[in-house]
Design a protein around this ligand. Structure first.
Ligand SMILES: C[S@@+](CC[C@H](N)C(=O)[O-])C[C@H]1O[C@@H](n2cnc3c(N)ncnc32)[C@H](O)[C@@H]1O
Length: 222
């Protein structure tokens, strides 16, 4: 069957390649399939592509978000795709677009890679839910160093890093069940004083079901 005839949620660029990389580096790859079009939409919804000039992508993998962003980015914008796995950077390098800079590097090197450029958005597909504590903390530290007035958007499959993200950023939380696995989307900006602990979009029912104490006090944004 032609891949394009499948519904969007079943369309995966190259499922075998992704699974192969998952089996080789399970923690680093962090998922058995690339993000769905629904998660891609949620991740990119907060991005104002008419204004954004510098976008950083951490952990682009096969380039699901990368391609979606390049479609919408300004002609004079730049996208830095920072990916640690050479198999994925090889594939990303095949995208012929002069706005895309593919860097085979660790995400913690973001400051060095930007070399003074100020990002407008940092979009992360890093699998922080299953990465070791020390690694996640160093990634968040590196992101904060370059954040300025940018928006950092990170998904996770469980609320594992919820409190740490809430401590470090002002956050809005979104959710999509239509991904393998379902994902929480954290929209993070510089920590501002006197902001609510966090704001939740379309998530109230999930949090009520979970009834996890840190969620009490969540506000729902329509
Ligand atoms: C869950 S996949 C996400 C792929 C893609 N963004 C998507 O959503 O379909 C996570 C990606 O992060 C990459 N990665 C893991 N640790 C990294 C690190 N420290 N620096 C840069 N990339 C990393 C993995 O190689 C993998 O491609």
């Amino acid at each position: 069957m032609n891949k394009n005839m499948l519904p969007a949620y079943q369309r995966i660029e190259n499922p075998l390649k992704f699974i192969k990389e998952f089996l080789k580096h399970p923690v680093q790859t962090g998922a058995v399939a690339p993000s769905s079009s629904f998660l891609t939409k949620k991740m990119l919804e907060p991005v104002d592509f008419t204004e954004a000039k510098t976008i950083v992508e951490l952990g682009p993998g096969e380039g699901t978000f990368t391609r979606a962003m390049l479609k919408r980015m300004r002609k004079d914008a730049t996208l830095y795709a920072i990916e640690i796995n050479p198999e994925f950077t090889k594939k990303l390098s095949k995208i012929k677009d002069k706005r895309l800079i593919v860097c085979q590097e660790d995400a913690t090197k973001v400051k060095k890679i930007l070399n003074g450029a100020k990002p407008d958005y940092i979009i992360s597909g890093l699998p922080i839910g299953i990465m070791p504590d020390k690694v996640v903390r160093s990634i968040i530290k590196a992101v904060k160093e370059v954040l300025g007035n940018a928006t950092f958007i990170q998904f996770q499959y469980t609320p594992r890093w919820h409190l740490m993200l809430a401590r470090n950023f002002t956050i809005i939380i979104d959710f999509t069940p239509l991904n393998i696995p379902p994902a929480l989307v954290y929209i993070c900006t510089k920590k501002e004083p006197n902001t609510p602990p966090f704001i939740v979009r379309e998530l109230e029912h999930v949090l009520n079901t979970l009834a996890v104490p840190p969620y009490s006090g969540a506000t729902l944004r329509k």
